[in-house]
Design a binder for this molecule. Structure first.
Ligand SMILES: NC(=O)C1=CN([C@@H]2O[C@H](COP(=O)(O)OP(=O)(O)OC[C@H]3O[C@@H](n4cnc5c(N)ncnc54)[C@H](OP(=O)(O)O)[C@@H]3O)[C@@H](O)[C@H]2O)C=CC1
Ligand SMILES: O=C1CO[C@H](CO)[C@@H](O)[C@@H]1O
Length: 346
């Protein structure tokens, strides 16, 4: 079998973590990297033993040397780069959030369907073995009816106002960068929420630095979620059911262990001994999908990405957090009214 040939766009923080874990994937060749800077491309290629270093992104996108491109650049660039890859017939694994809003994601998935190109949001947590275990426990009824999801993602972000996390022009803020993880977990287990409430703290650079969300489902399920760029937390997740609960150990979004505790207090602990941080599992998933000639992963479908970003859109609309170049929320809201849009205000 020929190896699937990968290219990476960007040489920043996540590109490095991904490249270090790539060797733990079951198959695939990390064949090319592209950077805006020649020295960054060359150094990255040398460090990770990558054959080809491109000095602009579009040369990689149009090269015949790769089958799939991993986009590891800041949020605001995901739309244009993914679009260019699809147009060039290159499969895509694009960092989260897939795009900054639902309209952009919708447009890309329509294009991918039309051009018959594989596309997936790099929601790596979905492929972590602990999350697979948790899905299995919940589906097998080990905790009975699932009633609640409690999850958060907190870390101390750089305070530099120019840093991508603090900079509005770069799609900054907690929600899109890290809030997406707890929302992902809740929606993975409960589906698209029927109600969304939130409280957010806006920082000095006008991005959300801290927020809590409460999601509700007509089924009676509730999720209590938090994202913060300004506070510390062990970042554990707890799923409570009628017969017991599951605790995903810290940090839950990249955990190596979890525990199932029944209503009598009996505990079953599971530990996974995998190398690296766990980025290899999303690589395995993409390789498997490409070998099966799928356009989307059945485990993180286009619909899953759309439902995820739709929730983030709704929260941002409530907060009044708009990114440069986005259509005006309030005009959209008027249109939505005609379509019986259920927007739950607190
Ligand atoms: N899955 C995960 O665990 C993580 C995911 N992410 C996601 O990955 C993306 C990138 O985040 P991160 O790696 O932390 O960001 P960094 O700033 O560390 O790196 C981003 C890279 O993108 C390239 N780039 C392209 N355009 C720009 C621009 N306008 N400004 C700055 N850099 C640019 C640069 O590469 P070059 O100079 O080589 O062109 C840069 O090194 C985000 O969307 C984030 O959500 C981030 C961290 C962890
Ligand atoms: O996805 C992510 C995981 O963790 C990082 C913090 O350590 C985030 O900034 C990032 O975007």
């Amino acid at each position: 079998m020929n190896q699937i040939r990968w290219g990476i766009i960007g040489t920043g923080n996540i590109a490095r973590l991904f490249a270090s874990d790539f060797c733990h994937a079951k198959s695939g060749e990390l064949r090319a990297v592209a950077s805006r800077e020649k020295t960054s491309a060359d150094n990255f290629a040398a460090e990770f033993d990558i054959e080809l270093a491109f000095v602009d992104y579009y040369s990689l996108i149009h090269s015949n040397e790769v089958d799939v491109i991993y986009i590891a650049t800041p949020h605001m660039s995901h739309f244009d780069l993914t679009k260019a890859c699809i147009m060039a017939g290159k499969s895509v694994l694009c960092e989260k959030p897939f795009t900054i809003n639902e309209a952009q994601s919708q447009e890309l998935f329509e294009l991918a369907a039309e051009k018959e190109v594989f596309v997936m949001e790099a929601m790596w947590t979905r492929f972590n073995p602990v999350i697979e275990q948790v899905i299995e426990w919940v589906e097998e009824g080990e905790i009975g009816t699932l009633h609640s999801v409690q999850a958060n993602f907190n870390f101390l972000a750089p305070t530099d106002p120019e840093h991508r996390l603090m900079n509005l022009e770069m799609g900054g803020g907690a929600l899109l960068d890290i809030g997406i993880y707890p929302v992902f977990l809740a929606q993975l287990l409960c589906g698209k929420p029927d109600f969304i409430q939130n409280q957010a703290v806006i920082g000095e650079t006008n991005v959300d630095v801290f927020e809590q969300l409460l999601l509700g489902w007509n089924s009676g399920q509730l999720a209590s979620l938090e994202a913060s760029l300004i506070s510390c937390n062990p970042n554990r997740a707890v799923l409570s059911g009628a017969k017991g609960y599951i605790e995903i150990d810290s940090p839950w979004y990249m955990a190596k262990s979890c525990r199932l505790i029944n209503h009598e207090g009996q505990e079953r602990a599971v530990e996974f001994d995998f190398p690296g941080l766990g980025y290899q599992f999303e690589v395995d998933e993409v390789n498997r999908c490409l070998m099966e000639e799928l356009l989307e992963s059945p485990n993180h479908r286009w619909e899953d990405t759309l439902e995820l970003i739709a929730t983030l859109d709704e929260v941002r609309q409530d907060i009044g957090l708009q990114y440069p170049g986005e259509p005006d929320f309030y005009e959209e809201d008027l249109e939505h009214h005609h379509h019986e849009h259920h927007h739950h205000k607190h």
